[in-house]
Design a protein around this ligand. Structure first.
Ligand code: GLC
Ligand code: MG
Length: 599
């Protein structure tokens, strides 16, 4: 289980338990009503996450780059993507593959130049695609000029980062860190800096010092970063590692409190050893996101153009996550990422066993707690998590895409999920992720995020058509021979083909504006109905387990009267598209998922 999941499972088990579902179906008319007929672009967008290092290499160095992305925009267009967020492309020593930024105003040379970026924006605009950048506010690289100046206590930069003397242990004579705080990548969150003779805080790797959000100069500087990229034409930002932005204020003696033990692990280096009550999820962080939203809205008011969006990455408890949507007086992020399909359920590995009630709990956890009038979103995976097929089982790859596209609101696809790419086990020697490299050969597999970051599989040619180099920065999954864009496009049926059909279906008025009703009919079967008056109704039925079922009545729980016929089916279903079904008595093969339409 990754470090994120470990601590999050903890938070989320509590959240899920608090919304234990009754067997009855859940109706969600309030979130979407049929009078709601206008939506902003982002509410009906098809979002896609690009991990630039692994998307497409244009210059043969084995590393993806901006020209590579430009050369593949037609693929995105072809599969119906309308907006894409890019993991960081800024100058970086790559200690955390771009999440350690040495210059927030420039492009990483391996990826290209500012000119390439401008070309990317222009090429995307031509195709009606929007580009969203990853904004990494919590920390910079230790190679950032701001940090170097702060180390030297240069005027204006003294408090740019979180510095502390620590404490001299009188009995040992050894200097000790200011508190017991742990970084996300194992070990103390405090690192001694010889030159400044103080500790600095780093919630992530040693090379990722935390910026000090209690310093107004830092707040202003990071707003400059946003404006810089808005001026270059981006449609918004995904905000990285939000819960960490603020830490608690030290007491009158300048002391930071120790965090209490969580009791979840006895490994004292593991971040989940502590309950992060002083270093995460502080109220000031929510306000900071509101300020960024105001900046975006002001930008639009002054410069025109479409709404700019914020997507917030936070694996916190749902009551905290929901605050990012805003409150009665202040707007927040349009898309606080819904990670329930990642952190919910039985925990990552065991999601292969998740039953229908588990699925419905996950769906309900978000929809029942989302504030009225907001837009839901569904994130099945990203570059920090195991791939969907490896987490939910390969037989459920299509089912997960079908659910994601069928549920109301925004959907966000991580690159490769449209192909059904799966995790690649990577040897210790080939391991690159700091979350794993900071551990050791016998335990790194619990922490590594490399398996979901392998190069994108374009074709069955050498290196999956990703690069012409003899080697690539991470190895390529050998399943590329069959799992790739070219082969899946040519096949009669494939994950990719179904994905494209789902994107098209998602554009129907019913799926965009319709109300939603969902239920676990029994252990096996999840049933969801989307309906809108005057329009075709759709029903999704998924047998999420490896046993077959017969004579299942989904009509009663869904209040679905009239006749239905099959419009889409996964290959696990032995079903003929176009044929009629009896909703009150359905038979479903193991892992069969059908989407039905009213006739
Ligand atoms: C986010 C990113 C992750 C990165 C971390 C630190 O969680 O998604 O990849 O390591 O923040 O920036
Ligand atoms: Mg390259």
């Amino acid at each position: 289980m990754s470090r994120f999941n470990k601590l999050l499972v903890v938070l989320l088990v509590a959240a899920l338990q608090s919304c234990l579902l009754e067997a009855a179906a859940v109706d969600l008319e309030r979130a979407t009503s049929s009078s709601d007929t206008t939506k902003d672009w982002w509410q009906v967008a098809q979002f896609y996450q690009i991990y630039p290092r692994s998307f497409k290499d244009s210059d043969g160095d084995g590393i993806g780059d901006l020209q590579g992305i430009i050369s593949k925009l037609d693929h995105l267009k072809d599969i119906g993507v309308t907006a894409t967020w890019l993991s960081p492309i800024f100058a970086s020593p790559m200690a955390d593959f771009g999440y350690d930024i040495s210059d927030f105003f420039d492009i990483q040379p391996e990826y290209g130049t500012l000119d390439d970026f401008d070309q990317l924006i222009a090429a995307a605009n031509e195709r009606g695609l929007k580009i969203i950048l990853d904004f990494v506010p919590n920390h910079s690289s230790d190679e950032n000029i701001w940090f170097k100046k702060s180390v030297k206590r240069e005027k204006g930069y003294e408090d740019y980062y979180v510095w502390h003397d620590g404490y001299l242990n009188a009995s040992t004579g050894v200097r000790e860190p200011p508190s017991n705080w742990l970084q996300a990548f194992r070990g103390s969150a405090w690192e001694w800096n010889d030159e400044r003779q103080q500790y600095y805080l780093h919630q992530f790797a040693v090379k990722q010092p935390d910026l000090n959000y209690r310093n107004p100069a830092v707040v202003a500087q990071m707003k400059r970063v946003l404006t810089f990229w808005l001026n270059r034409g981006v449609a918004g930002f995904r905000i990285d590692a939000v819960p960490w932005c603020f830490e608690v204020v030290p007491d009158a003696e300048g002391r930071y409190p120790d965090e209490p033990l969580s009791g979840y692990t006895d490994d004292p280096d593991d971040s989940s050893y502590l309950k992060h009550i002083y270093t995460q999820d502080q109220p000031e962080t929510v306000d900071m996101v509101y300020q960024w939203r105001t900046l975006l809205d002001d930008y639009k008011r002054i410069h025109g153009g479409d709404t700019r969006v914020l997507m917030v990455e936070t694996y916190s408890s749902l009551d905290y996550v929901m605050q990012f949507y805003g409150n009665r007086t202040t707007k927040g992020a349009q898309i606080p990422f819904n990670f329930q399909f990642i952190v919910g359920g039985n925990g990552d590995k065991n999601n292969t066993l998740l039953n229908a009630t588990g699925f419905v709990k996950i769906i309900n956890s978000w929809l029942s707690q989302m504030p009225a009038g907001q837009t839901a979103n569904w994130v099945m995976g990203n570059h920090d998590q195991r791939r969907v097929g490896s987490r939910y089982g390969e037989h459920r790859i299509d089912t997960m895409n079908m659910l994601q596209m069928f549920l109301p609101g925004v959907s966000v696809t991580y690159q490769g999920e449209e192909l059904g790419m799966t995790d690649l086990d990577i040897s210790w020697a080939d391991t690159r992720d700091p979350a794993a490299c900071n551990s050791n050969e016998s335990i790194y597999e619990q922490f590594t995020r490399d398996p979901a970051r392998t190069p994108f599989q374009w074709s069955s040619e050498a290196n999956a058509g990703f690069s012409t180099n003899s080697s690539t920065w991470l190895p390529i999954n050998p399943n590329y021979v069959t799992v790739n864009v070219e082969t899946e496009t040519a096949a009669d049926s494939s994950h990719l083909k179904l994905y494209k059909q789902l994107v098209t279906l998602r554009q129907t008025r019913t799926l965009q504006y319709g109300s939603t009703r969902y239920a676990a009919v029994n252990d096996n079967v999840v049933a969801i109905k989307r309906s809108l008056s005057g329009e075709t109704s759709y029903v999704l039925v998924a047998n999420v387990l490896d046993t077959s079922v017969s004579a299942v009545d989904v009509a009663t729980v869904l209040y679905a009267t009239g006749s239905y016929r099959i419009t889409l089916a996964n290959p696990e279903a032995n079903a003929a598209v176009g044929s009629n079904v009896t909703l009150s008595s359905l038979a479903l093969e193991p892992y069969a998922t059908l989407i039905l339409e009213s006739v």
